[in-house]
Design a protein around this ligand. Sequence first.
Ligand code: F6R
Length: 236
Amino acid sequence: MNVILTQSYEESARKGAELILDAVSRKPDLLLGLATGETPVAIYRRLCEAYQAGAADFSRASSVNLDEYVGCREEDSYRRFMDENLFSKINIPRENITIADYAAPPEAEVTRLRQFFETHTVDLQLLGIGANGHIGFNEPDHDGLEAPVHISPLTQSTKEANAHWFADGAVPDRAITMGMGDILRAKSILLVVKGESKRAVLRELLNGGKVTTNNPATFLLLHPDVTLITEESLTV
Ligand code: F6R
């Protein structure tokens, strides 16, 4: 694992955006795996700024999102988050964007996305991490983690961590998520860790050397091309 330590979240975001922009310039038709939440916000802002400054071109790029809530309102959906933070501000073609439909029958969406991953390989997967070690919405589970796209029941702690995004604080009970296999098949992975609450799972990832379904992010230790960017202060 290639670890980049920074002095601030803004620096993490700048370095993360640089890596993504470099990947897009080297392979303009790449497939980007994208995350939502607080971690990527400043990364996406920088991608938008690069595009608006004429320094980036996403016209041949494609994207697939890690996850989406099941049955949420449009204004609370990750689709809306992505439109507001990235898609509406860069020139990625609409037809090149893949994200689960929050309003569609979830089983049909799982089938559609499993088919997508049968024929597509993510070139660069951007990840955040939950305070409980989840990546995507692959929540810790003693019994095992699912490899393909699936419907994931959200843990109480994940719902509490994300409640502030919802106007009424009511987070759906379930999400559709890329599975651990989909994530680990990405050619390269960029994990950005932001926030005090991630300290314990980050330490396990950096020091442990042990892969455990109780901290799904530790499975990244099995991947040959992972870059982890985080603030140095979170690692001590
Ligand atoms: C979001 C996702 C989640 C988040 C994680 C961290 O698409 O897949 O795994 O990356 O919950 O969220 P933030 O960045 O809000 O701390």
